[in-house]
Write a new protein. Sequence first.
Length: 558
Amino acid sequence: MKTKTYKFIFALILGATIFSFNSCTNLDETIYSQIAAEKYTFSATDAASMFAPVYSSLRDVYWGWNGLCDIQDESSDLWCTPYRIGIGWGDLYVSMHKHEFHSQIGHIWTEWNGAYSGINACNKLLANDAVKTSATAVSQLRGYRALYYYILFDIFRNVPLDTTYNHPKGWLPEQAKPIDTWNFIINELNAIKGKCGKDNGMGQINDYTVNMILAKMYLNHNAWFNNFTDNSWYEKAIDEVNEVINSGKFSLATNYSDNFKEDISTSKEIIFGIPYAQKYAGGNYYANKWIATAGRAAFNFNGWATGGSTVLPQFLDTYDSQDSRYTSCWTIGQQYDINSGAAIVADGAPVIYTKEIHSIDNPGCYPYEGGRLVKYQILSGDWGTSYDDVPFFRLADAYMIKAECLLRLGGYKGELEQVAADLVTQVRQRAFKNNPSKAIRTVAQLKGGSVYAYGHRENQGKMGEADKWITTTEGGADIELGGLLDDLAWEFVAEHHRRQDLIRFRINGKNQNVYNGKSWFCKNATTDVTDNHCDIFPIPKAFMDGNPKLKQNPGYTK
C-alpha cells in the first residue's frame, strides 16, 4: 500500500531555487479549498502548495465520478455499465452506451468542471510573480494547461479559451472557434518544447509528455476537423513520437501488467502517469465499479464494490486464445476466495461471472453477468484500486502512433510500412511469450479488416425464460486499418483511448467513422452518413445555464 503524498511532486517542479518546501508540506484540505476563492492572493511561502489543484484536477478529470476513462470507453465497443437487475445502475450509463447523449449526462459535467478547474489553477499560478521567476515551472504549467485544453477539445471542440486569471467584474468567457483553440494548444506546446525537463517525477509534465500531446493533436487532426485531404499531420505526429522513441529513456515493460501496478513510478514504459495515493490522492475506482460485493473475497479487498460495469462479449470474442492480455485484463467464471480457495457463494448461489450478458436496459443485466476488469492491480487488504497510478502516456502508445501514421502514409523518411508491422509486433511480444509466432503482425493484417463481429447483439429474454435475441450482422471487414484498430483495443482497453480511436478510423466507401457507423451490443449504427454530431458531446446544461454566451454544440438541444 502506497503512503506517498504529492510533496515530492511540488519539490521537483519548482525546485529549491524558488521556494522552501519545509514549511508547506501539510496537504490538508486548505490546499484544495484555497483555489475555490476566486481572488485569493498567495505568497511565496504557500505558492508551492497551491500547485495541488493543478494535479488534483487531473485526477478528478480522469477518475472523478464519471471521468475520462468512463467517457472514452463506455461510449465505445469495449465495455459498458448496464442497468443491473436487482442492484441499480443504468440511466446515464445507458445513454452513454446507446449514444443518446444529452447535456445533463454526469460524465460531461465532470470533464468540463475538472478541466477548467485545472486551467484556472494554472492561470492563477502563471500570474504569480514568484512562479514567473522559474522558466521550468512556467513551462510545466503551460504544458498542464495545454493538456487540459487537449482533453476539452477532443470532447467538446467548441470551448472557451481562457489564458488569464484576473478578469473584470461580471466577466464571462466566450467560446473560441475550434481552429483558434487548436492553434493555441499547438503554439503553447511548441513554445515549451525542451523546456519542461527530461527526468521529472510522476505526475509532472516532462519534455516527452509535450511530444505525446502534440503527436495526439496531429494524429487526430483530420478526424477532428473532418478533412482528410492533408496527410502531413501524420508526418508531424511521427516526428513527435520519434523524439520520444529515439531518446532512449523509455522501454517496453517486460510484463504488460507492470504498467498497471499500484505504483508504476519505476516502470520504464511510462512517459507520463497520474499518481494516486492513500489519504490525499485516492480515487481510482476501477475495481470498485466492476467487482460484485461478494466477489471482493477473490482479491481480499476491503473497499466498496458495486458490480456495475461489464466487458462486451463481442470484444472478448476478438482475442486470440493465447493472448495473455485476456487474463491480465478480465476475470470470468467461478470466483474463489483468495484465502481459503473455496468457491465464493452469495445468497446460496455460486458467484460466477458469465461471458454472455442480456441487454443494456431491456431487461438489463443480472448481477453476475459479464466479465470484470482486473487490469489494474488489486492488492490483498487494500481498498480495491483506489491508490493505483494511471499510465496516461506510455511507450507502447508512441509505437502505435508511429505505426498507424506509417500505414496511413505508406511510409515516411525512408521507413516503410514494414516498420509499422515491426512496431506492433514488438508491443505484442510480451502478450505471446508462450507462442512468439502469434505476436507477429504483417502489414496485410494491419491494413485488413477488423475481426470484431459488429452488429446489434442483445438478448431481451428474461433469466430462466426463452432467449429473445435481437441481432444484426455488420462485421468489421470494411474498416480501414481494421487489424490495427483491433490491436489498439487489446493493448489499451480501459486507458481512455477507444472513443478517440473509433472516431479516427473510418468505414471504407461510407465516408463515416466506426464510432457512428457500426452497431455493437445495444448501440445502433447511425444510418445517416452525414450525421457526425456524436463525435463531440453536448456542453453541460449547468454551464450553459450559467453563461448565456455559450452556444450548444450542433445536433444537441440546450
